[in-house]
Design a protein around this ligand. Sequence first.
Ligand code: DGY
Length: 325
Amino acid sequence: MPRWNVFVTRRIPDAGLDLLRNAGVNFEVSPEDRVLTHEELVAGVSGRDGVLCLLTDVVDEPVLEAARGARVFANYAVGYNNVDVVAATKRGIMVTNTPGVLTETTADMAWALIMATARRIVEGDTLVRAGEFHGWGPMMLLGMDVFGGTLGIVGAGRIGCAVARRAQGFGMKVLYTDSAPNPEISSLNAKRVDLDELLRVSDIVTLHVPLLEETHHLIGRRELALMKKSAILVNTSRGPVVDERALVEALKSGSIAGAGLDVYEDEPQLAPGLADCRNTVLTPHTASATIATRNKMAVMAATNLLAALHGEKPPNLVNPEVLTS
Ligand code: DGY
């Protein structure tokens, strides 16, 4: 049994590491429970047959060059904007991701942010804990109805569709944008519109696009200005999809009513002023953070890695052209 030499850039659930162990892989998990510096990453990947990496690892040319000869970078995430896939393909390195297993969990989180932002849950929690709840008040913490409202879903992929399914229980009118009509979301009576129309009429706008060149700052000052003053924005996709400084301005000026964010433009930093906006609910990129889902992601990433090491096509290969080039 070959004992491939693999680097795991940070500890992941045992479900994945056990698979590697049982396959006889010689793997090293970074001893640091933090994001590695670029230098540490370069050192960690050199001379390996494969790498199990995270969305927080910037896998760029120098990292891939250091890993020259590796068969695979198995990303522990569905999004793989952290990996320079073109540079990997050029070096014959396979790149894999973990689609599907976090769809429902992420859709749940989008809904948690929708409800918490619309109904001002965090502000209420803070008030109660501060001893400032002096009894029911007719004008206290008035929020926005979710039931019966209009939900705008930007990006009708797996997660966008899962969010739309949940909207059925809330009696909502659902609009969506995507590059082509999507039969799954259309079967839920969702209507495809262009982004400007979606922003103009939705009460809640929720983002479910991957981070690509064309989705960088998809929601900027112009787009925020199109939204209703009473509307809220929810982002569980990738931070740079939103111009965060423009969002802070919109939140401060009242040009939108609130935002529920799980992702940030320059994680873990927040744009200046964002943390002071009371009309926000801010979570630390935890949309997929359930025990069951993180276990499934670990198994999937390890399975992809093992397939590549065995010379097989991994089930979730994002650069299949690497096999023919
Ligand atoms: C992903 O998999 O891309 C998620 O952001 C992880 O939570």
